[in-house]
Design a protein around this ligand. Structure first.
Ligand code: SF4
Length: 520
């Protein structure tokens, strides 16, 4: 066993790879909003999955207790991470597997390439020293994060995605736009067109019937499964107690990759480790219900090292940091590492539903991407600054998250960090902006009942400004940004407090001095 030290350095290294915006979120999102077909596809798909999820979640009377248990296990795992990773390595190695450690994307890619080369030539290689030139892949967020496919392609190794949606994205020279359903932005006619254009030997009379599309993909992939000598996977879980890795999936392509080739290489983020095998009992209930809206996953594969004569005989795991210790060092943001990549937060997010996944730039879109990407790179990385603002803070993501990650709270924390970082830059503007002044004024007024009451006396003015149509369509100064794309409804003639006073005949509790036993 190698010595492992995951003690948090003073300045933890940032992550690299496909975890950065290509351009600021508002700019990309504005363009995507013009794609009406994509918006229709997204609305249909997210609402379908959302309804299925609600149905299966409501079947469980102890759903909230399960969420609490999932959250508690993840908190424990993060607190004991160095010890658990060392235990995982010991167990995995004792059962015939090999553990490799990668600080960042570049190191992980290099390790995987070396392992593929060491696996020996395959049928398609140019000579016997070339090593394998084709590998099959199980859907994996970690390998997308590090840009493994692009890295291998540049070095003459073709990585074939075997998950149907990933295959569609790969053949379409596109990027995934959803964690679970990477081709969610495509409808079946668009998929048929991609297959006809890009899939070698496909039936030219292929229709957009889902069954025909699946049969075409199956025929295309089967040859790859049978010839590949190397498979690459991610991992949903790594069990420290036993050195076991686990992958859950729906199509059986994962099972083929995990059992047929001679060499199996798994890339796993450090945060995927769980203390005990029994912890799976919690996550195997939380994950399928939250992701695909199913009671259990069709395929759950668990493997522990090497079994002589059965399955892959060279089993490797590359344990990846790539900014995770940086996220772990942020005590407000570290719970983002609890994420089990179910995608429930995406399916309920009004911003994601309209902007789509590509607008986030990173491999991780939606609410979790808006916190995880800046945590991995650091908010000071220019390319991820706008992501924490890609949210209305409605809180739907927090309600849906099976491990109770308080995404809105982390978004606000990251926004605060961004503001502080801008202010600390040499030459930063010292005078308060219009926005600063407006917020300071609002804070002053709202923190005192009497001041708030005074402000509310201006409500009739707002009503008058709304005119006979009852909307305010143009505000001056920084307010203009708000009314640029929406109207403000006319304020009511009376505030809630004024109405309360009339109904109750007394002043609201906040205006009264506290009586004994009443806290204010
Ligand atoms: S943040 Fe929560 S809801 Fe979103 S993908 Fe992760 S586990 Fe699922």
């Amino acid at each position: 066993m190698t010595a492992v030290s995951l003690g948090i350095p003073a300045v933890p290294p940032r992550g690299f790879g496909n975890i950065s915006e290509l351009e600021p979120f508002p700019k990309y999102a504005k363009r995507e909003l013009g794609n009406a077909q994509q918006r229709r596809n997204l609305t249909h798909a997210t609402h379908t999955i959302r309804d299925k999820r609600l149905k299966v979640v409501s079947e469980l009377p102890d759903w909230e207790a399960l969420r609490d248990a999932g959250s508690a296990i993840k908190t424990e795992a993060m607190e004991r991470l160095p010890e658990l990773l060392a235990q995982f390595e010991e167990q995995f190695t004792a059962r015939g597997g090999t553990v490799h450690w990668a600080r960042d994307a570049a190191e992980a890619n290099r390790i995987v390439e070396e392992l593929i080369r060491a696996a020996g030539p395959d049928e398609t290689g140019p000579d016997e020293n070339s090593g394998a030139t084709e590998v099959v892949k199980v859907k994996s967020m970690a390998t997308q994060e590090i840009g493994l496919n692009e890295y291998l392609e540049e070095r003459g190794i073709a990585a074939f995605e075997t998950d149907l949606a990933e295959l569609i994205v790969q053949l379409g020279h596109d990027k995934p736009s959803h964690i679970l359903v990477p081709a969610i932005h495509k409808n079946r006619t668009e998929i048929r067109d991609i297959f006809l254009r890009e899939m070698p030997g496909v039936d030219p009379d292929l229709t957009d019937e889902p069954r025909r599309l699946a049969m075409a993909a199956r025929a295309h992939l089967r040859a790859k499964f049978l010839s590949a000598r190397v498979a690459i996977s991610g991992a949903n879980f790594g069990i420290a107690e036993t050195g076991t890795l686990g992958v859950v999936e729906s199509e059986g392509n994962g099972r083929m990759c995990l059992t047929l080739p001679e060499t199996l290489i798994t890339v796993m983020g450090i945060e995927k480790v769980l203390p005990r095998a029994e912890d799976l009992g919690v996550f195997m209930q939380l994950l399928p219900r939250s992701s695909t809206g199913e009671r259990m996953n069709p395929y759950t594969s668990l493997w522990t090292g090497v079994t002589p004569g059965d399955g892959p005989q060279n089993v490797h795991v590359v344990i990846l940091d790539n900014g995770r210790t940086r996220a772990l060092a942020d005590r407000h943001g570290r719970s983002a590492l609890h994420c089990i990549r179910c995608s429930a937060c995406m399916n309920v997010c009004p911003v994601y539903e309209r902007a789509g996944g590509h607008a986030y730039g990173s491999t991780y879109p939606g609410p979790i991407g808006a916190i995880l990407s800046p945590l991995l790179t650091g908010i000071e990385a220019e390319e991820n600054k706008s992501l924490p603002y890609a949210s209305s803070l409605c809180g739907a993501c927090f309600d849906a998250c099976p491990v109770k990650i308080n995404i809105p709270e982390i978004l606000v924390h990251l926004r605060g960090e961004d503001v502080e970082e801008r202010r600390s830059k040499p030459g930063a503007r010292r005078l308060p902006s219009q926005f600063d002044l407006a917020m300071t004024g609002a804070s002053w007024a709202m923190s005192d009942g009497a001041r708030m009451g005074l402000l509310e006396r201006g409500l009739p003015l707002g009503k008058a400004a709304a005119g006979r149509y009852g909307v305010i369509s143009k505000l001056p100064g920084i307010g203009a940004g708000w009314t640029q794309s929406r109207d403000i409804p006319a304020p009511p003639a009376e505030s809630f407090r004024q109405q309360w006073k009339k109904r109750d005949g007394s002043r609201p509790a906040t205006d009264r001095p506290a009586t004994e036993g009443e806290s204010k």
